[in-house]
Write a new protein. Structure first.
Length: 209
């Protein structure tokens, strides 16, 4: 396969991750947290679809990691960047073991406990994903605005994970931190996905000279 093909695979899979994650996280997971018993009991199919969407992001994460490695395999940080993305995918898969438990009969407390465990492991994975984005930005080099957004997003993923552990009153800052993570990550990762589809894999495709 050509470099353009690898770029198109990575870009398409990245867009798939983006839309699957929005549905699974902001539609299904938020519904479970808002009404644990009602959502699981009355909308079991929706919950299963959300879990399936999360599993889809795990698979697509590995596809993106592989395609980006093949696209940038001549770059010194490519292997390390791939390792951290695959580690993130592995932790996400491990976290989903907890989320799947919400489908079993249980109390509100039991359901929310499984959600908390899921988010706790996922959060660790996002720390490593942040490292991946920083390395990816270094590999990409140009366009510099895109590399900068990916770097900022990576740093903020790591900061948010550490804040969960180090701040006893994290909830007081949760809204601000969420915005600081979401803005550069959405702009940077969506921008990168579109850039891969339009420009990636071509000669002089943004790598440093």
């Amino acid at each position: 396969m050509t470099r353009i093909t690898y770029a198109q695979i990575a870009g398409t899979a990245y867009l798939g991750i983006f839309f699957a994650a929005i549905f699974a996280n902001f539609v299904v997971l938020e519904a479970i947290k808002a009404d644990p018993l009602g959502t699981v009991a009355q909308h079991g199919t929706l919950v299963r679809l959300g879990i399936a969407a999360f599993w889809g992001t795990v698979v697509l994460d590995v596809v993106v990691a592989w395609a980006l490695y093949r696209l940038y395999e001549d770059q010194p940080f490519s292997g390390l960047s791939t390792l951290f993305r695959v580690l993130h995918a592995a932790l996400m898969a491990a976290a989903l073991i907890f989320l799947q438990q919400v489908l079993r009969p249980g109390t509100v407390s039991e359901i929310l406990t499984q959600v908390d465990r899921f988010e706790g492991v996922w959060l660790i994975g996002l720390f490593f994903f942040g490292i991946h984005l920083i390395l990816l930005a270094r590999i990409l080099g140009n366009p510099r605005w895109l590399a900068m957004l990916l770097t900022i997003a990576g740093v903020m993923y790591m900061v948010d994970t550490l804040a969960h552990s180090l701040l006893g009153n994290y909830e007081a800052y949760a809204g601000v931190l969420l915005a600081l993570v979401a803005l550069p990550s959405v702009l940077g990762e969506m921008g990168f996905a579109v850039w891969l589809l339009i420009r990636g894999g071509r000669e002089g495709d943004g790598l440093d000279d």
